[in-house]
Design a binder for this molecule. Structure first.
Ligand code: ME8
Length: 643
């Protein structure tokens, strides 16, 4: 064993109460991509995932099935593991919170904090949300509805045990301010700092067995079990040897990154951090809270019935396109919407056209004219020199992005090279060089393209671990010989002989097109009409008359006696406008407050249901027949003109 600290990456421990969907798959894939990337950079990696098996949710789910909690979680854990196998997740360890190696550490941590005086007993009165297993204060629930899940809360008075979270509040604020990369992305850090502006209450870490028996017994009071979050969060240290195998622990802790979704930011950034401070342990280097995958109906959830099954997507499109799509489409940190059309568009544009075609266009020519061999030559063409320079820049930018968990940026860097290579093919027209028998130049062009493909493929391997070796094989390389750590331009040698290409990403056709074909209807793709014949064509000056701007929704409420209307006030930079929008069937007021939307600012005011409406926000129909508000795909300056 070397003394080099591991790159230690974790996923949330998913609740073993139900099956997993693409949201869960996404967090685990993010950790897998970070793990594979780090391995390819020659870093020692430890990748942990697992299952959160205690608490009310699990107990209730088991009861509903007529199973004991453990029989229920045993079965679900098998399903979790089988999904990770389908997605080829390279985890090093899978921890279950019901395992003894975990429960004994939770008890150790509780005893330590109890002895230290950081856990105390008190009478507690509060508002309890059963589905969320969380207490709220009177002030937090003015309407007696849980602020998280909007279900009703019950008032409960009982004796409980509390962790003195408040003692560590200032230390935590200081840590966040001194470590800018600790909570990412930046807006989530600000959210946590905002939360910490209020005095932090103490955390109730026990549940009376009379109400819940499925949990870890408190070591100092057998009438209570441990609050499920105190239990589950401890997994990040129990799995790596704390406190019984300190050698292993010290080589692994602190975590390089806890990947989580934004729904569990407070529990990680505040509960977990203060627990660690109380245990005198260093804090993780980074907590990255990514956004949600949503469909037209909002966040995916079983009760809404809008969950996307990752297995189905893998079965329909293959594993690598699925992995690629999730990270190309979502700006890591923000929300993203899944639609089938969008998936197919991405696949066709980026994989079938840009990436796949590079090989398909080149390799048959290489086989025909140069016997499939890449002859290494000097770079003479200015375009070749440009590509070599770009490749170095792409690698640098990619590494920087990946080191910061900005997966979408890593992919965007690779695709800038893929696209430049396609342009290079058009510029150099190797089929013409072949006809002219200009073999010196032809070799240079082939070598540049081959090397470019290899470069992109080595970098894309963490995202597409199956297709990447296939691509390398096609250009005559053994994938095992390459890593990101050693990647340099010029490693492709004339020993590399390419093989007959087979299209690795055949184009997908959208369902609409397939259906049309089946019914032998009109030609599927209509030729593009010359622009002047498009109906209602306007000039640039006409368009500029419309003042489109980015507006931020400040308030939203239902318009009385009008089911479809919401009354909004929006910040347009220089003013606050009131407007009425027909979106109430698709969005709840609380979902859109704070959202940036695109708005027509200079529309003549009109009275709608007695309200003077100044402006109009933009929306479009979704494939499922819903409605999607048009929003900037990254935070924009409120009030700026859209051009
Ligand atoms: O919260 N989009 O478990 P959980 C993106 N047991 N990610 C999503 C998502 C979506 N629509 N839905 C879920 C728990 N996720 C606790 C964690 S950790 C010590 C204990 C992902 O099964 C995302 O990472 O509810 C989110 O934080 C996590 O699944 C919640 O999983």
């Amino acid at each position: 064993m070397t003394n080099k600290k591991s790159f230690y990456i974790t996923t949330p421990l998913y609740y073993a109460n139900d099956e997993l969907h693409i949201g869960h798959a996404f967090s685990t894939l993010a950790a897998d991509i970070a793990a594979r990337y780090n391995r390819s950079c020659d870093n020692k990696v430890h990748f942990l995932t697992g299952s959160d098996e205690h608490g009310q949710k699990v107990e209730q789910a088991a009861k509903a099935k007529g199973l004991t909690p453990l029989a229920h979680t045993d079965a679900l854990v098998e399903k979790f593991k089988s999904l990770w196998e389908t997605l080829d997740i390279t985890y090093d360890d899978f921890i279950r919170t019901t395992e003894e190696r975990h429960t004994k550490v939770v008890k150790y941590a509780l005893s330590k904090l109890y002895e230290k005086g950081d856990i105390y007993e008190a009478e507690y009165k509060g508002w309890y949300c059963t589905p969320c297993e969380r207490f709220w204060t009177e002030k937090e629930v003015p309407e007696k509805l849980c602020p998280d899940c909007k279900r009703s809360v019950q008032e409960i008075t009982e004796k409980n045990y509390f962790f003195k979270m408040s003692v560590y509040q200032n230390k935590l604020i200081e840590h966040i301010n001194n470590n800018p990369g600790f909570i990412r992305p930046e807006n989530r850090k600000n959210e946590v700092l905002g939360f910490l502006k209020q005095p932090l209450g103490d955390l109730c870490i026990s549940r009376p067995k009379s109400r819940l028996s499925w949990g870890i017994d408190l070591p100092f009071d057998e009438n209570y079990v441990t609050y499920v979050w105190f239990d589950a969060l401890t997994n990040y240290i129990s799995a790596i040897g704390y406190p019984f195998d300190l050698d292993k622990f010290n080589q692994t802790w602190p975590a390089s990154c806890h990947i989580i979704g934004k729904d569990i930011l407070t529990t990680h950034a505040v509960y977990w951090s203060t627990m660690l401070l109380a245990l005198d342990l260093p804090l993780p280097e980074c907590i990255f809270a990514h956004g949600w995958w949503v469909t037209g109906e909002g966040k995916m959830s079983k009760s809404v019935g809008n969950v996307i099954n990752p297995r189905q997507l893998v079965a329909d499109y293959g594993l690598d396109p699925f992995r690629f799509y999730l990270f190309r489409e979502m700006v890591f940190g923000q929300d993203a919407t899944y639609t089938k059309e969008n998936f197919i568009m991405r696949y066709n544009a980026d994989l079938a056209n840009d990436y796949g075609n590079l090989c398909n266009r080149m390799l048959p020519l290489l086989i025909k004219n140069r016997d499939g061999v890449f002859n290494k030559t000097d770079a003479n063409l200015p375009e070749t020199k440009e590509i070599i320079k770009l490749a170095a820049e792409v690698k640098e930018g990619y590494v920087k992005a990946m080191d910061n968990f900005l997966f979408h940026e890593g992919l965007a860097k690779i695709w800038s090279l893929v696209q430049r290579l396609n342009k290079y093919v058009d510029e150099t027209a190797p089929w013409k060089l072949a006809k002219e028998q200009n073999f010196a130049l032809l070799d240079e062009v082939f070598y540049t393209i081959g090397e470019g493909i290899r470069f992109c493929t080595v970098l894309v391997e963490p995202f597409m671990p199956h297709m990447a070796p296939e691509f390398l094989k096609q250009i005559g390389c053994d994938g095992k010989n390459y890593s990101i750590a050693s990647l340099e331009w010029g490693q492709l040698t004339d020993k590399s002989k390419c093989t007959e290409p087979k299209p690795l990403f055949p184009r997908l056709e959208t369902e609409r097109i397939q259906n049309l074909k089946k019914s032998k209807a009109e030609p599927v793709v209509k030729p593009v009409e010359p622009q002047t014949e498009i109906e209602g064509i306007i000039t640039f000056d006409d368009f500029m008359k419309t003042q489109l701007c980015v507006a931020k929704i400040l308030t939203a409420e239902k318009v009385e006696n009008a089911d479809k209307l919401l009354k909004l006030t929006v910040d347009t930079g220089d003013a606050t406008n009131t407007l009425v929008a027909g979106i109430a069937s698709y969005y709840k007021p609380e979902e859109i407050i704070g959202m940036q939307v695109l708005m027509v600012k200079n529309l003549k005011p009109a009275k709608i249901r007695g309200i003077l409406s100044h402006g109009m926000i933009l929306a479009a129909e979704t494939p499922e027949g819903g409605l999607a508000l048009m929003t900037p795909n990254k935070p924009a300056k409120t009030g700026v003109r859209v051009k």
